[in-house]
Each structure stands twice: as C-alpha cells, then as structure tokens.
Design a protein around this ligand. Structure first.
Ligand code: FPP
Length: 250
C-alpha cells in the first residue's frame, strides 16, 4: 500500500516562520526551450500556491527571496523583465492576497528600484497592514551582509548621538536592528533547485534555523514538496546548543 503523505493540517509542530530561496526558474525554462523570464513567470505561480498553502496551514510568516543584491549582475534584459514581472504580479495578485488576509511586507534596499514600483510596494504594505493572516515578506535587493552592515550603521549613529553606550552592545541589541526583528526567527529554511548554500540570505537570522534543500526546480515546487519539508522539520530536534537529554527533560 502506498503511504499517504500527511496534509500540512495534520502535521504537529509546524514552523512559525519559513524562509525560502526560490531557485531554479532559469533551468526550468531552459529545459522547456523557453526564455528565462518564462521560468520566473511560472515561479510566481508556484509562489502563489505556496502562499495559499502556508496561509491555510497556519504558518505565521513566509519570507521569500525574490531578488538578491547580487542579482543586479544579471543581464539587463532579465533585470528589467523581472522588475516588470514584480510590478505586474503585484497588480494582478494583490487583491487575492488582500482577500486572503495576507499582510505584505518588502524587505531590502528599495532605493534602487523604479519609483513607480516602490510606490506600489508601499501601497501594498499600507493597504494590508491590518490583515491578521499570513505575513508575507518579499526580500528584494536584499543581502544578509547589507542587513548586518545596516544594523552596524544604525547602532554607530546611536552611539555617536549618545543614545547607546558601547557597553550596551550585545547580540540581543544587534538583533533589534536587523530586518525581521519584530517577527519570530525563521524556524525552517527551504532552498529549491539543488544548490546547498545560503547565498547571502538572512545571515544573522538563520543562525539556528533548520536548513532543508530540495532538488525540485522552484516552478515545480508544490503541495507535496512543502508537506515533505514540513514533515522533515517536524522530525527535527531543535536543541539550540543543548543536549537531547536536556530537551527531553525540559
Ligand atoms: C532564482 O532562479 C530566482 C530568482 C532570482 C527570481 C525569483 C523570483 C520569482 C520566483 C518571482 C517572484 C515574484 C514576486 C512577485 C515576488 P534562477 O533564475 O537563479 O534559476 P536558475 O538557477 O535555474 O538559473
């Protein structure tokens, strides 16, 4: 008999915060003889499905890497098509997300994005600010080193203005200045596309995150893949430096 995979709703111990690197769009398109942008378009469809499934499963936060600070090195045509895709996806998918009670947030250095796109992103954030369902964080022009550098700059300015003393600096304080500091730390990281690296994503925030890699190319990542990742996560023992015995007797 084929063992039926548990639906997300049947899995205990779901992660509160899932962070995803959606990799493999280009290869997905190449395999089909299509231009790379077709892979990114299919990637938006996969993202929509994962958002719906995560919201339904009761995941609190989903943070997805849509454009890294290194992605500016891509051919200009791919970059401008990606910008157009972000803008059109926001236009077309916004209502559905809002109706689904999703709260949207963009994370990263938005200053390099076209002004019109920045305005749409801000509008989407403002319009969904009172939504109480899944928090969807879209990382754009984001880099983990940029994030930590930014925290440093903010803290140095506080020291300069005598609002913070050097003796007060500790991990908890630095953690207040990096992105996502108001949200639970990512519990599960998923990277599709077969590469096993973090690629400058959430370097500070992933310190204790469970890392899961799936060979599946992002546009093909669907319910079965997500449930497999959740099942794997549910079986992990999160020790945070302690021993198994300590966890058992806690
Ligand atoms: C990595 O695949 C993917 C990206 C750089 C872009 C991801 C963007 C989306 C899935 C669209 C998201 C849209 C919105 C509206 C947030 P790759 O191009 O590096 O693939 P490859 O490794 O196969 O070349």
């Amino acid at each position: 008999m084929v063992k039926k995979r548990a639906a997300s709703s049947e899995i205990d111990n779901l992660p509160k915060h899932v962070a995803i690197i959606m990799d493999g769009n280009g290869r997905w398109a190449k395999k089909r003889g299509l231009p790379r942008i077709a892979g990114h378009r299919a990637g938006v469809g996969a993202l929509q499905e994962i958002v719906n499934l995560s919201a339904k499963a009761g995941i609190e936060v989903l943070t997805v890497y849509a454009f890294s600070s290194e992605n500016w090195k891509r051919p200009r045509t791919e970059i401008s098509m990606l910008m157009e895709l972000f803008a059109s996806s926001l236009r077309q998918r916004f209502k559905g997300l809002h109706d689904n009670n999703v709260r949207l947030r963009f994370m990263g250095d938005l200053s390099l994005f076209p002004e019109k796109l920045r305005t749409s992103m801000k509008d989407a954030e403002n319009l969904t600010t009172n939504n109480t369902g899944l928090k969807l964080v879209v990382a754009v022009n984001y880099g983990g080193r940029w994030d930590i550098t930014n925290a440093f700059i903010q803290l140095c300015n506080k020291i300069k203005d005598k609002e913070v003393r050097i003796e007060d600096i500790n991990e908890a304080l630095i953690g207040e200045y990096v992105c996502l500091s108001d949200l639970p730390e990512p519990a599960l990281f998923i990277r599709t596309g077969g590469e096993m690296r973090i690629s400058n994503y959430l370097l500070w925030q992933l310190a204790y995150t469970e890392l899961y890699f799936d060979d599946c190319l992002w546009p093909d990542f669907g319910a079965a893949n997500l449930e497999k990742a959740f099942e794997w996560y549910a079986g992990r023992e999160r020790r945070f430096g302690r021993t198994s015995e300590q966890i058992e007797h806690a």
